[in-house]
Design a protein around this ligand. Structure first.
Ligand code: FAD
Length: 283
């Protein structure tokens, strides 16, 4: 289980992948995994598409990671995709019996094609509710998501941390942050986390920028702030994706060194399924 890796007195290194949206691209993720495994990450996580659109893909990819690549797989699952407890029981049983013993229960966001009423009527309201039932069902290592820049729907940073404490107390073994680019924001977050008695490992989620077009998406989806100096470098190379990638990899390497020097529990790379980027950062 992933939680066993935290007892080794060294930071963990992990990679996140997502199931390709187009059927034609499915084989590319397996090719990428065949290369990711040589980086020997402590685990590889697989996202769960909003609305459960990738239920088979997420399971198949996690199964490949665990049983073919022989690397710990962390399977994501969203409340938004669980219609009833029977679905959950089937999903967890299938994972557990295939040797996948790590789960990241999430609330998820309102999926495209699902009305607000349907989303609000979901069986599990918050990730913490799902964590409770997962823990009751099987002995999973359970991860949780957290937000150094505060979850966009939280009324305040204090309320968000109180909710995070509830989630961890429900049975979360470690946390992974939303992506961020300002380490001071992370260090201040860690002070707030530890102050309320959350003592599980917190992995820093880092994501390189690969094109100028991607920047507005990153800001829109995660609400993260990009430090001025990094932003002006990105602006300078706005017409060259190759330079954006280079500048961004340099930035993430420096960001990672600083986090490691401050004793971070682990680095979690949002790889966007790009092997060359993960290699440049983890090699
Ligand atoms: P929660 O922990 O439920 O929190 C959501 C909001 O509710 C917060 O504002 C919180 O303060 C509040 N809250 C929590 N508990 C309570 C409570 N008991 N009472 C009142 N308020 C409460 N999305 C996907 O669709 N698929 C993925 O695979 C995926 N992977 C992710 C991985 C990571 C590491 C991260 C950081 C995010 C991921 N997301 C994914 C996005 C995530 O689903 C959204 O950010 C979603 O809005 C929140 O999910 P959560 O599990 O953090 O929610």
């Amino acid at each position: 289980m992933i939680k066993d890796h935290f007892h080794t007195n060294r930071p963990t290194y992990s990679i996140e992948v997502f199931p390709p949206k187009k059927e034609a691209d499915v084989s590319t993720i397996y090719e990428a995994l065949d290369e990711f495994k040589f980086l020997q990450p402590d685990f590889i996580s697989v996202t769960y598409g909003a609305g459960g659109t990738t239920v088979e893909n997420t399971f198949a990819i996690a199964n490949y990671i665990q049983n073919q690549c022989r690397i710990e797989a962390l399977c994501h699952l969203t409340c938004a995709a669980i219609p009833n407890p029977l679905f959950l029981n089937n999903f967890l049983t299938n994972l557990y019996r295939n040797g996948i013993h790590n789960l990241l229960p999430l609330r998820g966001d309102q999926p495209q094609g699902m009305s607000r009423e349907e989303f609000n009527a979901r069986y599990y309201e918050h990730a913490s509710d799902l964590v409770c039932d997962v823990k009751k069902a099987y002995d999973f290592c359970v991860a949780g998501a957290c937000y150094p820049e505060v979850h966009p729907e939280a009324a305040s940073a204090e309320e968000d941390i109180r909710n995070l404490k509830t989630k961890v107390d429900a049975g979360v073994d470690f946390l992974t942050t939303q992506l961020f680019y300002d380490n001071d924001v992370f260090y201040r977050f860690m002070e707030r986390v530890r102050a309320v008695g959350i003592d599980v490992p917190v992995l820093a989620g880092l994501m390189p920028v690969t094109s100028y077009k991607q920047i507005s998406n990153i800001i829109r989806l995660s609400g993260t702030k990009i430090p001025d100096a990094f932003m002006s470098d990105l602006e300078r190379f706005r017409d060259s994706d190759a330079d954006i990638k280079k500048v961004s990899i340099d930035f993430i390497r420096r960001q990672m060194s600083d986090l490691l020097a401050h004793g971070v529990s682990g680095i979690h790379l949002y790889s966007m399924n790009k092997v060359d980027i993960a290699k440049a950062i983890f090699d």
